[in-house]
Design a protein around this ligand. Structure first.
Ligand SMILES: Nc1nc2c(ncn2[C@@H]2O[C@H](COP(=O)(O)OP(=O)(O)OP(=O)(O)O)[C@@H](O)[C@H]2O)c(=O)[nH]1
Ligand SMILES: [Mg+2]
Length: 207
């Protein structure tokens, strides 16, 4: 039983355990277990949010991904952080169609907890403009204490690129966010983006 728990929770410092009973050890592990909720918000339909998330979760690419409806919630346990410890993630994939409801935040805002990945489509200029609007909407929230990054997705489609590196740099500066050029197809920067966001969330929490 305890052996199973060790492997499930994989906490590094076992010397700190209360040695009274196995049950206490299990409670200790559970209390130390971290879980973050991350929302994916896009600048346009087909920006690649679902594919991006799927690459991170399952390391595969869906070439004919159906358009999302409303939202999906996915979970990934024991994600290894830069420091070698682990965290559980809940990822909320909010479909682009959700934003057509002008009151989208009232519906989906409660899902936005610890972090946001704003995703734009590098092959569509409109996606950049639209993403700025989304960021502005989120910024208006009274309790905007989320860590956030921007992912400029579809960077493998070099010949179709409409958003330049300079525009991405200005976007990052304007909103004070790190920008990653990502590809849900090749996997470029997908894990790096999640790793970075986890680190930013922890920095906010420990402030
Ligand atoms: N080449 C390439 N194609 C991608 C990439 N990401 C997504 N796609 C393609 O774009 C299509 C749409 O991607 P989705 O992940 O469904 O887009 P979405 O942002 O979830 O769209 P909504 O669900 O409508 O909000 C997919 O069918 C993929 O084929 C990428 O990084 N590179
Ligand atoms: Mg989707």
């Amino acid at each position: 039983m305890l052996y199973q728990c060790n492997s499930l929770f994989s906490l590094p410092n076992v010397s700190k355990w209360n040695k009274n009973s196995d049950i206490e050890k299990i409670y200790y592990l559970i209390s130390k277990r971290k879980s973050f909720t991350i929302a994916l918000i896009g600048g346009s339909t087909h920006a690649g949010k679902t594919c991006f998330m799927n690459k991170f979760l399952n390391n595969n690419f869906i070439s004919n991904c159906p358009m999302s409806i409303a939202f999906d919630i996915h979970k990934k346990s024991n994600v290894i952080k830069k420091d070698g410890t682990t965290v559980d993630l809940r990822i909320i994939d909010i479909s682009d169609s959700s934003h057509r409801n002008t009151n989208w935040y009232a519906i989906y805002g409660r899902f936005i907890r610890d972090g946001i990945i704003f995703v734009l489509d590098i092959t569509d200029k409109h996606s950049l403009e639209q993403l700025k609007k989304r960021i502005e909407e989120v910024k208006k929230l009274e309790n905007m204490n989320f860590a956030s990054i921007i992912c400029a997705n579809r960077c493998d489609l070099i010949e179709r690129r409409e958003v330049t590196t300079d525009e991405l740099e200005s976007l990052g500066l304007e909103y004070n966010m790190k920008v990653f050029e990502t590809s849900a197809k090749t996997g470029e920067n997908v894990n790096n983006a999640f790793e970075e966001l986890i680190e930013l969330i922890e920095q906010k929490i420990n402030k």
